[in-house]
Design a protein around this ligand. Structure first.
Ligand code: TYM
Length: 335
């Protein structure tokens, strides 16, 4: 019997993917795909929970799928698909809506933060967002969900729904849904904003200088790092809580160079911000170049990406539909 784990994760196609998405999530997916059964979706239904441009949605969806491939997700090892291509996601979401207590959702930190950003234009979809995410995961009976730190609470909700609201309530002796575990990397699971080291790097930050996008040109990367917040001290430190920007850039430098943070701290103890910024700029440009080259080739051939996505849809749909049928049967739907 195969002891491969089932893995599922996704990214929203809202604007460009950034360094946090890559270092906190997609990098991990690439490492996991050889040894496991991996499903990666572009979660376009999540992307409409905030204001969006219809013209941009399909463009961003295609571009996100191309970025998955450019980052090293291999369709020979992984199933890559678009969430809205599989209606079972929305259908399971509705069923889960009806069995999840409202106060579980009222606790969600991301909802609170995003609803402040969106002012008086907050949709029910934004509130329900974590339930759709639970449906994404539970439909595939995933063992593990590789995500950044910010998604931990959503994963706990998915676990509680599966365990307490489905398995415990609707089945005495067997489990209907697998209870998934979050998989959060030690390094890179919370990459911070370049202009405020106490805030997460985020696609929704209105200030473009707060993040490095994966498709930023060398000129833009140079400009953003030049403008990145620094402090007046010499030496780049990792463990000084007074210097969050130093810690964040050192973490990025460590992941990209493969050198431990402790060793880097020693190497950079006499280095000033100007020199360090030059070093990290070079490293970022060098790390992103191969990915950007692959992306350029891929995005020029949408036919090829479509083929991969159609194939992915077929594989994902058969797993999703089988779970949905099982849930509907156990919950008493007439067949
Ligand atoms: P999204 O699109 O906001 O982010 C995609 C992934 O990137 C991680 N991430 C970060 N990691 C480190 N540092 C950061 N600054 C940073 N910003 C984002 C996120 O944790 C995530 O892993 N709700 C999800 C999408 C989703 C999903 C799912 C994920 C929908 N359904 C099912 C897993 C399984 C989200 O908004 O991701």
């Amino acid at each position: 019997m195969s002891n491969k784990k089932r893995i599922l994760s996704g990214v929203q196609p809202t604007g460009d993917l950034h360094l946090g998405n890559w270092l906190g999530a997609i990098r991990n997916w690439v490492d996991l795909q050889k040894e496991n059964e991996t499903f990666f979706c572009v979660v376009d239904l999540h992307a409409i929970t905030a204001n969006y441009e219809p013209k941009e949605l399909s463009k961003n969806t295609l571009s996100t799928a191309a970025l998955y491939l450019a980052c090293g997700i291999n369709p020979a090892d992984s199933t890559i698909f678009i969430q809205s291509h599989i209606p079972a996601h929305s259908e399971l979401c509705w069923i889960l809506n009806c069995i999840t207590p409202i106060n579980w959702l009222e606790r969600m930190i991301q909802f609170k933060e995003k609803s402040i950003q969106q002012g008086n234009n907050v949709s029910i979809g934004l509130f329900n967002y974590p339930i759709l995410m639970a449906a994404d995961i539970l439909l595939y009976q995933a063992d593990l969900v590789p995500v950044g730190e910010d998604q931990k609470q959503h994963l706990e909700l998915a676990r509680d729904i599966a365990q307490q609201r489905i398995n415990a309530k609707f089945s005495k002796d067997k489990s209907i849904l697998k209870v998934p575990k979050p998989m959060i990397m030690k390094d890179g699971s919370k990459i911070m904003s370049l202009i405020d080291g106490t805030k997460k790097m985020s696609k929704s930050d209105p200030n473009e200088n707060s993040r490095i996008n994966l498709l930023d040109s060398p000129e833009i990367i140079t400009k953003k790092i030049k403008r990145a917040k620094s402090d007046s001290q010499i030496g780049i430190e990792f463990n000084n809580p007074e210097r969050p920007e130093s810690k964040n850039l050192l973490m990025i430098y460590s992941i990209l160079s493969g050198v431990e943070t402790g060793e880097l701290e020693n190497q950079l103890s006499e280095t000033g911000w100007g020199s360090f910024k030059k070093l990290i700029t070079e490293l970022l440009i060098e790390a992103l170049e191969p990915l950007q080259e692959k992306y350029k080739v891929l995005i020029d051939d949408p036919y090829q990406i479509n083929k991969i996505l159609l194939d992915g849809k077929e594989k994902a749909e058969s797993v999703a539909n089988s779970t949905l049928s099982k849930v509907k049967k156990e919950l008493g739907f007439f067949k």
